[in-house]
Design a protein around this ligand. Sequence first.
Ligand code: SAM
Length: 250
Amino acid sequence: MLLSFCIAMGRPNNEANFATGFCIMSADSNTFESVKAVILSAHKSTTSEEKVGFYNRWAENYDQDVAVLDYRAPSLAADCISSHFSSVREAAVVLDVACGTGLVAKHMKKLGFEHFVGVDGSEAMLGRARESGLYQDLKQCMLGEEPLPVRWGSFDVVVIVGALSAGQVPISIARHLCNATKPDGFICMTTRSNQDNLEYKAALDSELRKMEEEELWTCLEVTEVKDWERAVSEKEDGYISGVVYLYKKL
Ligand SMILES: C[S@@+](CC[C@H](N)C(=O)[O-])C[C@H]1O[C@@H](n2cnc3c(N)ncnc32)[C@H](O)[C@@H]1O
């Protein structure tokens, strides 16, 4: 039997009730079907408060749930940055935008990076990132509604993983990511290329190209990945595809 835990009420509940948006599965019940139900429940969120509320409730089980989905975007982004980064890693300062629980910093740390600043809209996600002990600083910010709360031109690497998609972080953030980066620094972004994100991805591609034409940055790598993560939508089977972009600020 699936055991869910009603976070809002603080008491166990023997029936998942995603319609209310109050219940998120406990760690010991994270089967593929339960994780899929959690993610599909997010589609009911329309306002920013509802979207942040979804991530606040998901924070506790996020790492276990995305492991069930075979979510590899954080390690793919870290590997992409690492393969181009030739300066001293220990000295580099990394801005992890929409950092969530800290999976990107966890992978980058394994590759020799040590200094991380994280930004996210969800206090509960930031709480998990704080517990990881990986970040020197963590800031709460609703991207697209508030300015990125960092000094311009101060980061060696700026990375955003798993948050550039329809209903999450708006495409306008791309210019802010570039502004936050030092000249010659790196900007790494990921997005999904499955059916429900195609329109967003096309608009993102167009903005990234436009910024290159404006000579704000140059594209170093665009890697299409077939087995990005397991599909959760009813319209797709198996794995969906995604993309890792790497730019260098001019
Ligand atoms: C799928 S998680 C990705 C987290 C982490 N980067 C990773 O790859 O595991 C998306 C994150 O983006 C954050 N997020 C989504 N939309 C946001 C927005 N408009 N402003 C700030 N944070 C946002 C969520 O709170 C969540 O932590």
